[in-house]
Design a protein around this ligand. Structure first.
Ligand SMILES: Nc1ncnc2c1ncn2[C@@H]1O[C@H](COP(=O)(O)OP(=O)(O)OP(=O)(O)O)[C@@H](O)[C@H]1O
Length: 893
């Protein structure tokens, strides 16, 4: 990338424009395209691409690899070179495997950026257009408004902003940035006229000329200096790492204990050492962690395709344990496509589509349309943009024959008091008149007059107030969103006194009521959430009855949701709120403020809930950060909310949250499946040694050390990987959420792995071994010929492989019968099993491999003896799962 011309961003705008060869109306598109080739795209280069050698090396320095290396050295020193080579092969294969998986996981997370394109508004050819943030170039004039992420460094040329610089200086209080400012020397980050890439705008509106982009921005410089930290391990990874260590310690201790016993039982020292090492290497589950990371990454990739982009791998598992979803109403439960259907004027309700002939209706519509910042498709914008409530108001004015053009509206506007989510109103001043629109309870108390039936201004009497309130309730109980519209003349003196003084003594023009129908898939998704034991609360800025009606239509609150208003919530003590939430009734929190979202989230979390919370505004960011899963809207939300969230919905749809919960549960289940599979093989591998040791050597060692390694190396991994891809089990969303404290490796899993699958396999394997010995006429303590011994150990080896096939099939479901998901439905697993069989056959029948692994060709009768093993192991587990399903409440963890 070429460096931009050395620009001093602290010079006055006129000189800065001269240096940047730009103007306050921005660049021409062709010039911008040329600069893009010269300066390169506005993005941070990925440093870690060059870090792969270090990543690969790290695989060899991690403790488990070091442990295996010690084992290899001991084997070499103990004159067992074949074993040493085999252990080194284990180390190399594992490192390569873990490295590839980690890279894949990283790539999955990186690829998510493509689902969340960041854009910026810039002036190109004098027109305000939206471009991908990576296309910004020095000299561009960008517009920044509340909620935007600032995409390049720049100097303000007009307007005033509050910016959150915490990403650069850690300072959480917003800082003011303004165009007209005296130059005060000092640190760059504190310059009041400058804005920086990577920070965000929390309030205001301004334009700035871009001075630096990409790696030349302040953020780029910081990124170039700092090392990219390793991502935090997820709770699941931490749990599994701990379990891996416990097992490694057990394996090492078992190896250490075996050594003297082996010698006492008649093995020579060299053979006993080999054996101890084999036991350790076979039982250390070094491949487990990378498989888990990969399973989580696969979950992330799949979720992104389904419309839910999660930013951390660990979010996938948290999603699975979600117990409460707190959702917005507008746009999440509803379509966010508003249409004004009803009006209220002093003489009563009117149908909005038939009110064209009424001058008062037109006046009301124009006043509402003037008090907007949105754009209608066709009116200077390719598509509707801005708040859909406002687009509906612009459409209303047009349909009543009094269109308000966005250019005229903006050009004639003197002041904009933007929408305040606390007061729930917005005002604009145009030509000495202030127009206000907002929640009726917010506007009505500020009104002293009203337009009467004849279109004249009269005093707003109490009976009329009662009429207005009744109309609001009438509209709201029909599920309509209601706005009051008012006006006043505002002279310079009033305006100088500030917003609070200006927004008073208003004349009420009337009410507008609009429909925003529920999204189609939401009812089914709410029902699915309920079946899955998840409570759904609605937290909305809208009016109680409107929100309650929408909640009822989508099935929240069982037909009669409890409504708690913002005022009621404010008056409620923390203890009362806890009590209310403990009732597990679904609640509509209406007219709520962003602060109340945070309070509800805290209360729910303190009760032990795992909370998914949606939000889209700047003020929602704290609640999104605080929730277990903060969910932001990809389409309608602000950049600030998207940044604070853990998950971004690219379709803004409630149903996607429920789908994400399902995916989270499935990934977690699959992790348990391959942990079960990998753990199960320990028993049939260890039991042969126990029998040898306990018999004091009267029974020959049923399995050679290289045969163990062959199982560990060649036959285990592929089926385990395939289990990570298993489809959702039936009933996955009919179970209550798993408890937050439940470990992935619990007692039930261990009992099933070791006690059931492991013991069954060990019995079968040892039966096969003794059967071969018996057929050869062996007596305890008697010497064996080499061929008989080789055939007997081969039988043990092949027996373990056969049992692992049964274990793999059994591990595919946790509760359900295998036929409900289809015996042949996991193709990768069938492939893995085929590989396992071919690998084992090669070891048994290829003479060069026979020589290394001490195997001998099995006869048809012996193969026939092995054939039922997989079905028996799998069958025993089917019986266990049938009994589990019959139990009244199947455990979920
Ligand atoms: N652009 C606007 N101008 C004036 N008032 C508005 C505007 N948008 C919304 N309102 C009023 O403020 C209320 C709350 O709006 P807010 O955007 O906070 O919540 P919402 O969109 O209704 O709900 P949710 O929080 O579920 O998305 C609305 O019911 C409406 O009365």
């Amino acid at each position: 990338m070429a460096a931009p011309a050395e620009v001093d961003e602290r010079q006055p705008p006129t000189e800065l424009f001269r240096h940047l060869r730009s103007t306050p109306t921005g660049l021409r598109s062709r010039e911008a395209a040329r600069r893009l080739t010269v300066y390169g795209p506005n993005e941070l280069s990925r440093r870690h691409q060059r870090q792969w050698p270090r990543q690969l090396l790290a695989q060899f320095t991690q403790p488990l690899a070091v442990l295996l290396m010690i084992a290899a050295v001991l084997a070499w020193a103990g004159h067992a070179p074949a074993l040493a080579v085999a252990v080194i092969a284990v180390i190399l294969l594992n490192a390569a495997f873990a490295f590839v998986q980690e890279r894949q996981a990283e790539r999955a997370v990186e690829a998510l950026a493509a689902y969340l394109p960041v854009s910026a508004r810039v002036l190109r050819d004098g027109v305000l257009v939206e471009v991908p943030a990576r296309d910004l170039v020095p000299g561009d004039v960008m517009e920044i408004t509340e909620g935007d992420r600032i995409c390049a460094d720049g100097r303000l040329i007009d307007g005033i902003l509050a910016v959150d610089l915490s990403s650069l200086n850690g300072e959480s209080a917003p800082a003011t940035r303004t165009a007209d400012t005296e130059l005060v020397p000092g640190p760059l980050l504190e310059a009041r006229e400058l804005v920086f890439s990577g920070t965000s705008c929390t309030a205001g509106q301004a334009r700035a000329v871009v001075t630096h982009t990409g790696m030349h921005s302040e953020l780029g410089r910081i990124a170039a200096l700092s090392q990219r930290g390793r991502p935090e391990p997820s709770p699941l990874e931490r749990q599994v790492r701990r379990a891996t260590w416990v097992i490694a310690i057990v394996a090492v201790s078992a190896g250490a204990v075996f050594l003297p016993i082996g010698v006492l039982a008649g093995l020579g020292w060299a053979a006993a050492i080999s054996f101890s090492i084999g036991l350790i290497v076979a039982n250390v589950p070094e491949g487990l962690l990378p498989i888990i990371t990969l399973a989580l990454a696969a979950g992330v990739r799949e979720l992104a395709k389904a419309g839910a982009v999660v930013k951390r791998l660990s979010a996938v598992e948290t999603l699975g344990s979600t117990t409460v979803i707190c959702t917005d109403k507008t746009g999440t439960l509803t379509e966010n496509r508003m249409r004004v259907t009803r009006l209220w004027l002093a003489d009563g309700d009117q149908d909005a589509t038939a009110a064209g002939g009424d001058a008062r209706a037109r006046d009301l519509a124009v006043a509402a349309a003037i008090c907007t910042t949105a754009h209608q498709a066709g009116d200077g914008a390719p598509a509707d943009s801005g708040d859909p409530t406002e687009v509906a108001l612009l459409r209303l004015a047009e349909s009543l024959g009094a269109p308000v053009r966005a250019v005229d509206r903006d050009a004639s506007r003197d002041i904009l008091y933007s929408f305040d989510p606390r007061t729930k109103r917005m005002s604009t001043v145009t030509g000495g008149r202030l127009h206000t629109k907002g929640a009726p309870e917010s506007i009505l108390p500020l009104c002293t007059r009203v337009i009467d039936d004849a279109g004249c201004v009269t005093a707003l009497t109490d009976p009329v107030r009662v009429d207005v309130t009744a109309a609001v309730d009438r509209f709201a109980t029909a599920g309509l969103r209601v706005l009051a519209v008012a006006r006043r003349t505002a002279d310079a003196q009033v305006l100088a006194a500030g917003r609070d003084v200006a927004e008073a003594d208003l004349t009420l023009l009337g009410l507008v009521a609009m429909v925003d129908p529920p999204r189609e898939a939401v009812s089914a998704a709410v029902a699915a959430a309920h079946r899955a034991g998840i409570t759904v609360h609605v937290i909305t800025g809208d009016y109680g009855p409107t929100a309650a009606e929408i909640a009822v239509r989508v099935g929240i609150g069982g037909g009669r949701p409890r409504v708690v208003t913002g005022t009621e919530l404010e008056q409620m003590s923390d203890a009362d709120l806890d009590r209310l939430l403990r009732e597990r009734q679904e609640i509509v929190f209406a007219r709520s403020s962003p602060e109340s979202k945070l309070r509800i989230c805290e209360a729910l979390r303190s009760e032990g809930h795992v909370v998914a919370m949606t939000g889209d505004g700047v003020n929602d960011a704290p609640a999104l950060r605080h929730a277990d899963i903060g969910v932001a809207m990809g389409r309608s939300g602000t950049d600030v909310a998207r940044e604070a969230a853990t998950m971004v919905l690219t379709d803004d749809n409630f149903a996607t949250i429920v789908r994400a919960v399902e995916a989270g549960r499935r990934v977690y289940d699959n992790v348990r499946k391959f942990v079960l599979y990998i753990f199960a093989h320990a028993v049939p591998e260890v039991v042969p040694f126990l029998i040898f040791a306990l018999s004091g050597g009267a029974v020959p060692l049923p399995l050679t050390v290289l045969q163990i390694l062959a199982i560990d190396l060649g036959t285990e991994t592929l089926p385990a990987l395939a289990l990570g891809r298993e489809k959702a089990e039936p009933g996955l969303m009919d179970r209550p959420p798993r408890s937050r404290t439940a470990g992935v490796i619990d007692r039930r899993l261990l009992l099933r792995a070791w006690g059931l699958l492991g013991v069954t396999s060990a019995i079968l394997v040892m039966t096969g071994f003794f059967w071969v010995l018996w057929r050869a006429g062996w007596q305890p303590g008697a010497e064996l010929t080499d061929t008989t011994y080789a055939r007997a150990t081969t039988m043990t080896f092949a027996g373990i492989v056969a049992c692992q096939i049964g274990t793999a099939m059994a591990s595919r479901t946790d509760h359900a019968a295998l036929r409900t998901i289809g015996v042949f439905s996991n193709r990768p697993l069938l492939g893995g099993i085929l590989f396992e069989v071919v690998f084992a056959a090669a070891l048994i029948y290829l003479p060069p491999l026979q020589a290394i692994f001490g195997t001998a060709a099995l006869t048809l009768a012996e193969l026939a003896f092995l054939a039922p093993f997989p079905v028996l192991v799998w069958g025993v587990d089917e019986i266990y799962r049938t009994r589990l399903r019959r139990r009244p409440a199947a455990p979920t963890d």
